[in-house]
Structures are given as C-alpha cells and as structure tokens.
Design a protein around this ligand. Structure first.
Ligand code: 5GP
Ligand code: MG
Length: 179
C-alpha cells in the first residue's frame, strides 16, 4: 500500500486522484444544472478548500463569481468556547445566491457558524458544496447540498487538507495509520 510520513505520523492512500476528480466533476455538473440562472457567488473557505475550489471552478460553466474568505478564531467574551468569524469578505452578499465551498464537514459546528453569518449579512439563498463529509461525526442540523465524497470518521490529509500545515499539496487523500 502507498504510504507516506508527515512529521510524526504515517498515512496510507485512501482516495486516489481519479476518484476525486470524477466526484468533483459530478458536483460541478449538478451546480451547473441547479444554478444556471442564479448568478451565484461562490465563497471558498481558505486554506483547506483551495484545491477543491480550483478544480470545481474549472468545470463550472455558468455565469458566476468567486471570492475567498478565512475563518478567524477568537475566545468569546461570554463563553470559553472557540468562536469563528468570517474575515476577508469584501463582496456584498445581499440578495445573492451564495455557494459556500468547504474542504470538509466534520461536526458541522464550523459550517453552522458560516451559514448563520452569511444569513445575517443578507444572502438570498445559501448552499453548501463540501468536498468531504464525515456523516458519523455530524452534530448539527445543517443541509449539505453538494458533497463530493463521504468518508469514515478518521483523520485524513491531502487535496488541500493538512496535518500541521503539511500535506495540502497531495493529489490523493491519505488516512492516518494508527501505530
Ligand atoms: P467541524 O467544525 O465540522 O467539526 O470541523 C471542520 C474543520 O475541521 C474543517 O474545516 C477542517 O479544518 C477540520 N477537519 C475536520 N476533519 C479533518 C480531517 O480529517 N483532516 C483535516 N486535515 N482537517 C479536518
Ligand atoms: Mg475548512
């Protein structure tokens, strides 16, 4: 089996490039059909979604725009929990049909925050396109409109997703090997 080492952890090939590319193309085709007349604004959540967004957009052939945001974490004033806020969104989403492009939905807590924020900013409609989803880990009642590939509840890297900053450049998805 194809394996690799990133820092202190070993990873094994899990989803090969051809399967990824086919799944991404299928998501793009669905979006092209569903949003043909919607003039969507795609919002890519950096860093993890950069590769998915790049490949996805090459197959998008409808009138559309794309922009890029980051999530900033800070400690809430009233709670001890981590709160994430969207930063870098310079475009108005008022009355826009928005498609959030994410790398992975795990518990769904991050996506719930993003959706609440975009709704608050006045988006007309909000859809989610996530490259990966871990259905077993989902803890929030959120609608994921487009999911390229569903995976088990294991830590993965590659295709934009990192382990401590490493592995984002990999064309395939690798799963951590417990030793
Ligand atoms: P959630 O809020 O849905 O629990 O977590 C979403 C975020 O957790 C993702 O955007 C990603 O940054 C991170 N994440 C969740 N699972 C994985 C994984 O298996 N590998 C990597 N690299 N990041 C993950
Ligand atoms: Mg992410």
């Amino acid at each position: 089996m194809k394996t690799l080492q990133l820092k202190d952890r070993k990873f094994a090939l899990s989803i090969p490039e051809v399967q990824i590319q086919q799944a991404v193309k299928e998501v793009a085709e669905r979006i092209n059909r569903d949003l043909a007349d919607a003039d969507p604004l795609f919002i890519c959540v950096l860093n993890g979604a950069f590769m998915f967004a790049g490949d996805l957009m090459r197959h998008i052939n409808i009138n559309s725009q794309i922009t890029f945001v980051k999530l900033a974490s800070y400690e809430g004033l009233l709670t001890t929990g981590e709160v994430k806020e969207i930063i870098g969104l310079n475009e108005s989403v008022v009355d826009r049909n928005v498609v959030v492009i994410e790398d992975i939905v795990d518990t769904g807590i991050t996506m719930e925050r993003i959706l609440a924020s975009l709704k608050n900013k006045g988006a007309r409609s909000i859809r989610v396109a996530s490259f990966l989803q871990k259905p077993e880990a989902l803890q929030r009642d959120i609608r994921l409109d487009y999911v390229a590939i569903k995976i088990p509840n294991d830590f993965i890297v590659g295709y934009g997703l990192d382990y401590d900053g490493y592995g984002r450049n990999l064309r395939d998805i690798y799963t951590v090997v417990e030793e």
